[in-house]
Each structure stands twice: as C-alpha cells, then as structure tokens.
Design a protein around this ligand. Structure first.
Ligand code: NAP
Ligand code: ZN
Ligand code: ZN
Length: 364
C-alpha cells in the first residue's frame, strides 16, 4: 500500500494519509474532472477499500448541480460502492484482506440516538455522516464518495455482499435497491396488492423487481414508451404511459400503493387520484422544488402520502441477502469514469437502462 508519512523534527509520525484519485465537481456548473485527494489514516476499526464499481444515483446529479442548496465543493460523488478490502485497522475484524465489501449512502452516525439503536441509522437525529457531501465527526473533514479509487470506512458501516452476484450489478443495490426495498417491507407490500411504480429509472426498476418478487401486481407509469418491454421483463404486469389520459383515467381508484421515484417536479394530484380507499403514495423521489397537492385527493378515499429514506444497516444487509437468495440485481450500463459527464446528460433525459455504473479500473 502506498502511504505518505511526514515526520516531524522529533521523528514522530505526524500525518499518514492515503492518496486517492477521483473525479470531482468544483462548482454547481462545472463538469466533473480529475481530482487528487487523500483519505484519512486508518483508525483501529477502519477498513481501506479498493473501489471496483460505483453506481450513479440521480441524487449525485441533484447534489453536483446544487439543486438541494447544501452542496460542498470540490465534491466527489458516489454512494453505491463495491470494492475489495486492502487493509484493516488494528482492531478491524469483520473482513479479511481481499474480501468484497460494500458502502452505501452513509459512513457513520451518532450511534446513540434511538434511531441508531433501532438500526434506523438513516434517520439518525444526532448527526448522520453521509458518504459524500458531509462533514466527518471532526466537523471539518469533508467526506468524499465512490467516484474514486479507494475509500476508508469504519467496519461497522460496511455491508457484506452475498457470493456469486456480479459486482457491477450489486453496486446499485446500495442505494436504489435499499431505497425501494425498505418502504415495500415497511408497508408489507405483497400478494393481493396493486402497486404503481412511477418513473422507470434506477430506483423505479428496483421497485418493480422487489414488488413483483414480493407477490404484488405491478404497473409501471412512465413517460418513456421504449421502456415498456423492459418493464414487463422485470416483472411488471402492466405499463401505462402517463400522457395517455384515457388509460390513466381507467386506473382511477386502482392502486393500494404508488412508489413515486420521479426526480423532477410533477403533478401529485393526478397520481393521488389513482389510489383506492386507504391507498398510500410513497414518495422516494426528491425533486428540488416544492410540490403542491389538493387535500381533496387525500380526504376523498382516506388516502395518505408518505416518504421513505434509504434504509438502515440491518435492513440493507437483509436486502443484500434477499438479493443473493433470489438472484436479484440491477440492470446496468457500465461506463469508464471518463464518460461521466455525457452520462449525466443522458440521465437528465431519462435515457437510463437502468443504472449507470462506473468501472473504477478506468481510473487506476
Ligand atoms: P433516475 O434513474 O434518473 O430515474 C428517474 C425516472 O423518473 C426517470 O428515468 C423517468 O422515468 C422519470 N422522470 C424523470 N423526469 C421526469 C419528469 N420531469 N416527469 C416525470 N417523470 C420523470 O433517478 P433515480 O436515481 O432513480 O432517483 C430518482 C429520485 O429519487 C431522485 O430525485 C433521487 O434524488 C431520489 N432518491 C431518493 C432516495 C431516498 O432515500 N428517498 C434515494 C435515492 C434517490 P420514465 O422514463 O419511466 O418516465
Ligand atoms: Zn442514491
Ligand atoms: Zn443517531
């Protein structure tokens, strides 16, 4: 392993940092470009990981473009990470050198609040540390994500990948997978339920795979006619174009659940009207603007609208294990990192089938 060791006059090691190559956005309007930086020295429970693959989530685009108004630059995005363990800190025991390890959307949390204790780290009230665009517990070190060659993570926040699954197809499970698995489990979606998946992108296609694996009847509501055949192959029994007013009208009062994965502003009312009595619209998409809805669409039919954020560590591991047992992975298009900017343009046009994944060998 290459490390820097700077020594003071008294010959003590004062700083050991790990050099890393990455791609970063320098501002909300600049393209991603090569960026060299350093990871922290290994603490006793840290693990150094050689990153193999990193998925591109639409949240990366929102954050790079500062659409949520809290971006920190230079920003190295990426929170769907699969890699191999290169080195363990002196008390890190969960992984051996050469093992596969995965990192999702967060790398630490307060570990003390009731949500952390319940394994719902994603809702930590004491300070969730995101994989990138966050500050570490020192309050000043910026976290940097998986569009890079190596990452250092506390072993408690790493996930194990079941054997035999192709790793490039596993990477998107760390965000798109858990973000859709978690609400489907929370609302106990399964046999006898009609489920609409709104938007067939990274999250949407995983929602289709999980909801149909859990036994629900799945309808994809999409703006892209050329995704119909794929939707059916993934397990959907129906596919409706959102601009087909007649078909949409036919679906009034039809769904028990809608999983809304849309990344841009859209008319919630027209989708709420598709829910039957007691139906729940589960928002996972995070458009930047404010959404409006009419209370009439909730009151008439006792409908509700809810949200869900990724998933905690135990549930993320449960989801990975489920995928191992049922051979569920993402549909991916693997790209070299040098194509990341043109890929972002494709994602903005909904031209995604169904997750882009960066092969980090292209940066080594
Ligand atoms: P994605 O791959 O880009 O997919 C989004 C899909 O939404 C598109 O493929 C498209 O599907 C549809 N869409 C896009 N623009 C639209 C518009 N203007 N009107 C209607 N439909 C539109 O994005 P993703 O990675 O799945 O992420 C989706 C959203 O979830 C993002 O906002 C992201 O930040 C958020 N997210 C939330 C969580 C969470 O924890 N809640 C986690 C990860 C991501 P069709 O072609 O089928 O129309
Ligand atoms: Zn994500
Ligand atoms: Zn906490």
């Amino acid at each position: 392993m290459q490390i820097f060791a700077a020594r003071s006059a008294r010959r003590e090691i004062v700083r050991i940092m790990i050099p890393v190559k990455g791609y970063a956005a320098r501002s909300a309007t600049s393209a991603l470009a090569p960026f060299a930086f350093e990871r922290r020295e290994l603490r006793p429970k840290d693990v150094l990981i050689d990153i193999l693959y990193c998925g591109i989530c639409h949240s990366d685009l929102h954050l790079v473009r500062n659409e949520w108004g809290r971006s920190i630059y230079p920003m190295v995005p990426g929170h769907e990470i699969v890699g191999r363990v290169i080195e363990n800190g002196k008390h890190a025991r969960r992984f051996k050198k050469g093992d596969v390890a995965a990192v999702g959307c967060f790398v630490d949390s307060c570990r003390k609040c009731s949500n952390c204790k319940d394994g719902l780290q994603q809702y930590c009230t004491g300070g969730l540390i995101l994989t990138y665009n966050s500050y570490e517990k020192d309050g000043k070190t910026i976290t940097r994500g998986g569009y890079s060659t190596r990452i250092v993570v506390d072993e408690d926040y790493l996930l194990k990948v079941p054997p035999k699954l192709p790793l490039e197809k596993v990477a998107p499970l760390l965000c798109a997978g858990i973000t859709t698995y978690s609400p489907l489990r929370y609302w106990e979606v399964g046999k006898g339920h009609n489920v609409a998946v709104l938007g067939l992108g990274g999250l949407g296609h995983m929602a289709v795979k999980f909801a149909s694996a859990f036994g629900a009847e799945v309808t994809v509501l999409s703006g892209s006619p050329n995704k119909q055949r794929d939707a059916k192959r993934m397990g959907a029994s129906d596919f409706v174009l959102t601009r087909d007013a007649e078909k949409m009208q036919d679906l009034s009062n039809h769904f028990d659940f809608t999983i809304d994965t849309v990344s841009a502003g859209h008319d919630l009312d027209s989708y709420l009207a598709l829910l039957r009595t007691n139906g729940v619209m589960i928002c996972v998409g995070l458009p930047s603007g404010e959404e409006q809805l009419s209370p009439f669409n909730l009151v008439l039919g006792r409908r509700s609208i809810a949200g869900s954020l990724i998933g905690g560590l135990p549930e993320t591991q449960e989801m990975l294990n489920y995928c191992g047992r049922h051979n569920i992975t993402a549909d991916v298009e693997v790209i070299p990192i040098q194509q990341v900017n043109s890929t972002y343009k494709r994602i903005l046009k909904s031209d995604v089938r169904y997750r882009f994944v960066i092969d980090l060998a292209s940066l080594k």
